[in-house]
Unconditional design. Sequence first.
Length: 276
Amino acid sequence: MGRPLEGPLSGRVAFITGAARGQGRAHAVRLAGAGANVIAVDLCEQIDSVPYPLGTADDLALTAKLVADTGAHVVAEQADVRDRASLTNALQAGLGEFGRLDIVIANAGIAPMQAGVDGWHDVIDVNLTGAFHTVDIAIPTMIEQGAGGSIVLISSSAGLAGIGSADAGSIGYTAAKHGLVGLMRLYANLLAPHSIRVNSVHPSGVDTPMINNEFTLQWLAELAAGTGALGAGNALPVQILQADDIADAVAWLASDEARYITGVALPVDAGYVNKR
């Protein structure tokens, strides 16, 4: 097992999906900096309905290096959150190394906003069913340990407001992100007797490869010029958030400072949802 580091998460182990880049990488590095060892998982392959490049094995290797640079230990595994067996194998590899599990960050997600019905199926499978798999396979270990823990589902401002276009891929994205709220609230009740807290985080636009690519930027521009479904932007004077902003909130939810916070849908959105 990796040595405990000094920090609010010392001695703990975090299981993070979608960790190859973007928010997932930020969560991994931030939690590692707070003392946690990390099980970092990503598909590292392309999904046909997604028009922009997804993370690669090289991206996941860089995440692992950045985590190791903090002094934390890391197990990096390629796995598909849609495939329960694949994901279970990845988690077991981490448990074999570290022997425990304290934090789960269900972060893996795609945004096939202009992909039609294929996009609907893929985004539901990855963003919602994948989160269910992530939490469900982690629960037995966390309950058996008897030490409580923290689970954070990475949703979106689209999980709190009716944001999107008429394309089935976009509708699926908003439906999946709303679905995470229901998943979070039910698991918060189911796991409370075990002192396992479950919350969701809801960012507005974050400067990651999922947003900052020609396809998503074009979709956003067309949406804003057409139906105006995105509203007038954030309330605070910032156009786009950084992944580190979201990771700070996630690290807080994972820490003992938030030990009595569960069942909460936390916007980290510069006031976007409140302004709508």
